[in-house]
Write a protein that binds this ligand. Sequence first.
Ligand SMILES: C[S@@+](CC[C@H](N)C(=O)[O-])C[C@H]1O[C@@H](n2cnc3c(N)ncnc32)[C@H](O)[C@@H]1O
Length: 290
Amino acid sequence: MASSMKTLVDDDSRYQKSFELFLESSTEHQCMQDFIHHVLPDILASVGNGKSHLNVIGVGSGAGEIDLEILSQLRLKHPGVTVDNEVVEPSSQQIQSYRALVSRKPDLDWIKFTWNQMTASEFEEQWKEKKTTKKADFVHMIQMLYYVKDPGATISFFQSLLNKSGKLLIILVSGEGGWAKLWKAYKDQLCISDISQCVTAGDIRGFLDAKRLSYRSFQLPSQMDITECFTKGDEKGELLLDFLTEVQDFSKTAPPRAESGCPAAPAPPGLQRGVCRQSHLQQQAGGAAC
Ligand SMILES: C[S@@+](CC[C@H](N)C(=O)[O-])C[C@H]1O[C@@H](n2cnc3c(N)ncnc32)[C@H](O)[C@@H]1O
């Protein structure tokens, strides 16, 4: 990445604003809800070996909407169960929103929440320092592995915490969707930082195959409306463009475009070809449970 370009996730407030707009402009959470209601229940049914108490870890939980949906499906499959739910989320704003959401929901007294305002690697350090021996029945990392330095090591650590019948759920952009195409074409311009920003579900499958870990893979088709990205100076369009590229103030800090065609997105030329000339970006989030 050119020196003037900074990674979006380093500015938490802008990142969260962009993410919120992305959720409004895409079918991201809707496709996850479909997956949670129609596919995940059978996977959740297989965890826990009939125990009446389950341990769950959510890594990069955001504001918790998806986590609470998973927990309610878990309870439907294991009526009467109680749950210890470790929330690992570095953004104080997101943890606050998650806590507020919990306080607005009645009947969650079967869940004990432990709020870990920290990154996945800080959580790992803390777990090892405390020599914690607790095992997990279900761990999920939903759209967060882009923000760690070593996704393989992160997966290995959390997988090592699983009970025998435990499951790990990973959701990331697919290796075949619009996002992956953008990253493949412009990796050098967009994905230069010490985090794994451009990792896809395809990379994770490669990692799991190399480790001979068994897993199942699912497609969660979703779309994003990028119309606003065409309107020069449009605040929403600029924030969406930041989320697409993972760059702070992309339109102001990207190198000048080499060709015309996308008024609101002066950028590496192919970005105009790859993204801005479509008004919808296709994405297939790939989920893997192992
Ligand atoms: C794209 S959001 C996904 C949030 C939520 N899982 C969802 O799908 O709605 C990514 C989340 O990962 C969090 N995050 C960023 N860096 C992280 C890290 N190193 N470890 C754990 N979480 C991280 C962000 O704060 C953000 O809440």
